[in-house]
Design a binder for this molecule. Structure first.
Ligand code: T5A
Length: 203
């Protein structure tokens, strides 16, 4: 049987990556084979493209095309083979990020992003998307609290953050069965109980 595809999303610093390995281990303890991956990235070439996108100034359309170039490599070389082999794939970000950041945040046409996703991953949509949601003050404090150098996206200001956040909220409203907003101001324990409940419905 085909594996399930679970993606974690949210504004920078919302707290999604904190739960990726925990989620994978929880699924493994239930007997699933699980692969963990991330975007942009997931293959050698896509990781090189990630470095470019996170640190080199570029036009929003260039960024969008590079996101999908990296995604094409990732989908064909890792995600689809894993899902076809029955492995569940837990992915830190996917196309919902492009819709939120390049679409909502930078004004790239959502129709174009839709067309690119049809070319790169026709018929592939996450079975479950978990969107970690929190106010700017909290996510910004979490990002700056890590004390590492900030990337291009993390240096964007509040207005950009609010547009990205609003795009995620709209995605959850448009597909409430598949895309779930998680209040990430809650404690890790509360969030994990919520994730467990949502994932258990996938069976
Ligand atoms: N991007 C990506 C696009 O623009 N378009 C795309 O199509 C794609 C795929 C890199 C960037 O790429 C952009 C968006 C991104 O800016 P990334 O590496 O996932 O993507 O970037 P970040 O979102 O910045 O990832 P981070 O790992 O830095 O942030 P997270 O995952 O939001 O936060 P996390 O889990 O690392 O937590 C941050 C801090 O908060 C604490 C943690 O301990 C940590 O210190 N924390 C909590 N503290 C208290 N309570 C909680 N509930 C907490 N949860 C976490």
């Amino acid at each position: 049987m085909r594996g399930k595809f679970i993606t974690l999303e949210g504004v920078d610093g919302a707290g999604k990556s904190t739960h990726v390995e925990w989620l994978a281990d929880m699924l493994r303890s239930g007997g699933r084979r699980v692969a963990v991956t991330r975007e942009p990235g997931g293959t050698e070439l896509a990781e090189k493209l990630r470095e470019l996108m996170l640190h080199s100034p570029m036009e929003p359309l260039t960024e969008t095309l590079l996101m999908f170039a990296a995604r094409d490599e990732h989908v064909r070389r890792r995600i689809l083979p894993d899902l076809d082999a029955g492995t569940w794939v837990v992915c830190d970000r996917f196309t919902e990020s492009t819709l939120a950041y390049q679409g909502g945040g930078k004004g790239v046409d959502a129709g174009l992003i839709g067309q690119l996703s049809q070319i790169v991953h026709p018929g592939l949509k996450p079975d479950l998307t978990l969107v970690f949601d929190c106010p700017y003050e909290i996510s910004h404090a979490r990002v700056t609290g890590t004390r590492r150098a900030l990337d291009r996206f993390e240096r964007e200001g509040r207005a950009f953050f609010e547009r990205v956040r609003a795009a995620y909220v709209a995605a959850a409203q448009a597909e409430p069965q598949r895309v779930h907003l998680i209040d990430s101001t809650q404690t890790l324990e509360t969030i994990r109980a919520c994730l467990q409940g949502l994932v258990s419905k996938l069976a």
